[in-house]
Write a protein that binds this ligand. Sequence first.
Ligand code: ZN
Ligand code: ZN
Ligand code: FE
Length: 754
Amino acid sequence: MKDPVARLIRIEGLVQGVGFRPFVYRLAGNLNISGWVMNRNDAVMIRVEGSADAVPVFIERLKEQAPAASQIDIINIENVFPEYLKDFRILDSQDLSDETSEISPDIAVCNDCLEDMKYQPHRLNYPFINCTNCGPRFSIIRDFPYDREKTTMSTFKMCAQCASEYSTITDRRFHAQPIACNTCGPWYTLHISNQMKNNFTEILRIIVQLIAEGKIIAVKGIGGFHLMCDALNPDAVKRLRKVKKREGKPFAVMFRDLKAIHEYAEVPEEEAALLVSWKRPIVLLQSKNKLTDGICLGLNTLGAFLPYMPFHYLLFDKLKTGALVLTSGNFAEEPIVIDNDHAIEAFKTVADAILTYNRDIFNRTDDSVVRLISGKERVMRRSRGYAPSPVRLLFDVDGILATGAELANCFCIGKGKQAVLSQHIGDLKNAETLAFYTESTERFLKLYRLKPSLVAADMHPDYLSTRYARGLGIKIVEVQHHHAHIAAGMAEHGIDEPVIGVCFDGSGYGPDGNTWGGEFLITTLDGFRRYAHFDTIPLPGGDVATREPWRTGLSLLYMAYGKELTELEIPFIRNLDKKIMALVTEALEKKINTPLSSGCGRLFDGVAAITGLCTKSLFHAEAPMRLEAAIAPGLTDRYNVDINATISFTKTIQQITSDLLNHVHVSVIAARFHNTIIWSIFETASKIRNETGITKVVLSGGSFQNKYMAEQAIALLTGNDFDVYMAGKVPVNDGGIALGQLVIAARKRDKKEI
Ligand code: ZN
Ligand code: ZN
Ligand code: FE
């Protein structure tokens, strides 16, 4: 017999905890290949020995047929001498070095498991069914490598049957770390009127009844608790709003299936693919029919998602309603509750029943939120299903911690050439969220075996993330907010050359002492030149203006008309309290407590107020969202705008005012205003290209979550031979800032500037 061909294969990527080793094992068996596969903390290693025909086929299929949730990033293949191995084995995990392979995000229950749930005697209706292709991962991992003892499943002893499946190589649950069944796994407990129910059939029956009666139930999910009620029952939804102390902000809705969504929202094919993906994010869809009052709150988008836990499926099987509000179980800006005792205490006056289970959540994750923009998935809140998948970079970022922004915070650590972003943390001004932040930072450093030697932070001296960075006592790089936004887009797309950075957001610290946020920055990873920016708007009352857009509206009218603004016969002015108007106008005149901002979000706020769409904002970015929702489709005309180093919208405001005086419909005004902004992007980018020859444009900043603005800008620029890039794997909002900070700090270190 001829000597076998032997190869040593090293794979980096998302290959642990996603059924990769059993897949390799089966593949080897099919091709009559011997050798072994082994998890190490830095990679998966495979030795194969087989015929000269079989080995190349093995390598081909390895890449092409890998499990859905896995991802091969780097594959090294080495020719080695055969050891004449007789069979193919899965060897024990080896903890070799400080290198860490990837941690899988949590994966929605798979179709095979949903089938097993109907037929497997020991898993009939078992709500914690999982296999190597699905189930909890990141939320239960305490340490690496990914083995059961290092997860919160360690307290459950496998029964004989599970143990046999776990060790049977041909079984779909071979080495499925969270393997469990009705005999040995976790179970649910329903806490209702001082009683505890453990019979799952009874629990389901009670919950179905409570939902039908319009009650609210707190339910433990994969990464934290949800508050749940019938999305078609207006009273239930109203009560949920009240108890959650959430007046504004739409609720996300979980639907029974795709068909159920079609009734209430447009579901084009691309969005449907996102909805059913194993990540099961909340997808922002164009809404169609109204569910009930208090869900979408007059916006034209609906945040929809599909079941992802076995429990969700079992529940919808019995429920009459096909739509449930499933909102994060938290209050105001606090992190979602993950602990059973905490939940029982926190929700006892809020929910009519509390459903817990006895497997701990170690890493908290919210539901992720995505939106399809220009045909690509754009993550807006990056958590369950997405975190902690890394972003691969072209250069080394090892040993760097980037502490992120203050709102919608995510932090990021550098491991080799990978940027590992944390799950969505939230608003650090909230004390509990800040505690979650520091705890998670420490956990990530431990999990990824990292001792940071360099920390990157925002330039804003008062950001709590910056203070945290300063307190670490290591070398620090402070990065301008919008530079970081653009660099994040560059990093995701592997760009390392000068770009036209268009950064629109609410606010970020400007080195000139003003608040920035309508910025055209000629950007490299080394630095940036502020080529042009939106004209600054004085914000009467400072920060209060973000919650009270009428202040900014008044300020814009003051810039356009001076004190004459009080004579304007538009509803916005007529409806304002005359005394307050006089006070604010005087403050603007005397420049008392009117800090300057070039933030795009503020301009949108002001226009939303003047047009009467939103004078008071109940949730972050409500005013811009209402302005976007108002757009009449298909209009191409726009207003005038003065485009220089300072981009002035005074003429725009004057034309909006005369449109209002002429009773032009607000939807037309909204479209014209958006088109004006888009035009300013195109004009300014063209000027930069003419002067510098740069053709690559990176769009970033939270304002580009506006689908109309982003899509129209991308289309106009692309149609005029610009290469346009926008982040999608990381948020364009402040949740993506940490990635930009990380790469900028790494570049400074490379150039020995730090
Ligand atoms: Zn499964
Ligand atoms: Zn079992
Ligand atoms: Fe920002």
